[in-house]
Write a protein that binds this ligand. Structure first.
Ligand SMILES: [Zn+2]
Length: 189
């Protein structure tokens, strides 16, 4: 699914993905302002169902191995071939911690336990919110799994900054390596 965005004024930004039909009754969806100051919503012309475009929640895992960080090279779009820490979307009904453990096992074949929240990352006009944890490796042998071309283990000074997959990858690794800045949030950089 493709997201486009339209900035009407600084306070009202709404995404425009390719949704045309009501998921409940199949009639046409129209964009309508339901509440002043909020983005327009997709509303069904027939049954009045409101199709809210909620953010998507993703997790990322920082796996330390002997003072180095485990990264995988993505085998899928977007950012095919770029480096990222293991992670992915949280399924509905799954806890974020369960998602971290599952995604890390699926992508890099490592069993982990969640230890510390690093930070939460979100960006204007982007649907994904990324929650990044530092995790402890409990077992497994790092190797490329689902959607991953290869794995690599990088010392902080070896991070491939020019070949990272996403802004959140860069920002989280920077937070990790440069340390937490008290009172500093990602959007203030
Ligand atoms: Zn409907």
């Amino acid at each position: 699914m493709e997201y486009r965005t339209k900035r009407e004024d600084p306070g009202r930004i709404h995404p425009e993905p390719e949704y045309r039909y009501c998921p409940k009754c199949g009639s046409s969806l129209v964009l309508r302002i339901l509440k002043e100051g909020e983005p327009a919503r997709f509303v069904c012309e027939r049954c009045s169902f409101v199709f809210y475009l909620d953010p998507k929640v993703a997790v990322g895992a920082i796996v330390w191995i002997d003072g180095k960080i485990l990264l995988g090279r993505r085998g899928i779009e977007p950012a095919y071939g770029k480096w990222v820490f293991p992670g992915g979307f949280v399924d509905r009904g799954e806890t974020v911690e369960e998602a971290v453990v599952r995604e890390t096992r699926e992508e890099v074949n490592v069993h982990v336990a969640v230890r510390r929240l690093l930070n939460v990352y979100s960006y204007p006009n982007r649907p994904v919110i990324i929650i990044v944890y530092e995790v402890e490796m409990l077992g497994g042998d790092p190797k490329a799994g689902d959607e991953t071309l290869e794995v690599g283990i990088f010392a902080p000074e070896e991070i491939p900054w020019e070949d990272l997959a996403f802004p959140s990858t860069r920002d989280a690794l920077r937070d990790l390596i440069e340390g937490p800045r008290s009172g500093s949030f990602p959007q203030e950089r």
